[in-house]
Design a protein around this ligand. Structure first.
Ligand SMILES: C[S@@+](CC[C@H](N)C(=O)[O-])C[C@H]1O[C@@H](n2cnc3c(N)ncnc32)[C@H](O)[C@@H]1O
Length: 189
C-alpha cells in the first residue's frame, strides 16, 4: 500500500487546482502532451484534460489513479493513468509539458533524490517543452529549485515565476490553512 492510499479515502483531498495554474494553461497556446508527475487524485490532470491537454498522470497510489480515471471515464476525457514510482519513469522526452505540483520538499533525506529528478527532467525534455513546478514558498525551497535548474547549465526561458496562496481545508475537522506557494514555469530553449 502506497503512503497516500489511506489519505485518498477522502475524495478530492487537496481541493481545487490553483486558479493561477488554470489561467496559465488556459491561455497557453499549445494544448500538447502533458505528464503530471505525482498526480495524486488527479485534480490538475482532470482540469487540464478538460482544457484539451492530452494528459498522463503517474503516481504510486493506485487508489489516487483509480479515482482520477473514474472521473476521466465519466467525462470522456483523454487521461492515461500509470501506477508507478516516479523515480523509475524515463520518458520525459515524449511530453510537451512536465507538471510537478507539491512534489518537492528538499528535506535532508530526500534532497539529493529530488534535485536529481529535476535535473534529469531538465536534461531529457526537448526544446520548447515546459516544466511547471508548484512548490511551497517557505524556507529555501524555491531557491534550491532555481539553483538546481541553473546548475544544469541548460538554457531556459522563465514564463512564470509568481506567488500564490494555497488554501487547504481539512474536510474532517473543518480546519483551514493558507500556504504561500511559488508557481515556476520554464521553457527549454
Ligand atoms: C502532496 S501529493 C500531491 C498530489 C498532486 N500533485 C496534487 O497537487 O494534487 C504527493 C503525491 O506524490 C505521490 N508520490 C510521492 N512519491 C512518489 C513516488 N516515488 N512515485 C510515485 N508517486 C509518488 C504521492 O502518492 C502523492 O499522490
Amino acid at each position: 500500500m502506497a503512503d497516500y492510499d489511506k489519505y485518498y479515502k477522502m475524495e478530492n483531498l487537496f481541493g481545487d487546482p490553483y486558479q493561477e495554474l488554470i489561467d496559465f494553461f488556459k491561455n497557453y497556446k499549445t494544448k500538447g502532451k502533458l505528464i503530471d508527475i505525482g498526480c495524486g487524485q488527479g485534480r490538475n490532470s482532470i482540469a487540464l484534460a478538460r482544457m484539451a491537454y492530452k494528459v498522463t498522470g503517474i503516481d504510486n497510489s493506485k487508489i489516487g489513479i483509480q479515482q482520477m480515471l473514474q472521473i476521466s471515464k465519466s467525462e470522456n476525457l483523454k487521461i492515461t493513468g500509470l501506477v508507478d514510482d516516479i523515480y523509475h519513469f524515463d520518458r520525459y522526452q515524449d511530453y510537451d509539458i512536465v507538471l510537478l505540483d507539491s512534489m518537492f520538499h528538499f528535506d535532508k533525506r530526500d534532497k539529493q533524490k529530488e534535485t536529481s529528478l529535476i535535473a534529469k527532467i531538465a536534461e531529457d525534455i526537448n526544446s520548447d517543452s515546459l516544466i511547471c513546478v508548484c512548490i511551497q514558498d517557505t524556507g529555501s525551497k524555491v531557491m534550491i529549485l532555481k539553483k538546481t535548474i541553473e546548475n544544469t547549465k541548460l538554457d531556459f526561458e522563465i514564463l512564470n515565476d509568481s506567488s500564490l496562496i494555497y488554501q487547504y481545508e481539512d474536510k474532517e475537522s473543518g480546519h483551514k490553512s493558507e500556504t504561500k506557494y511559488c508557481m515556476y514555469i520554464i521553457r527549454k530553449k
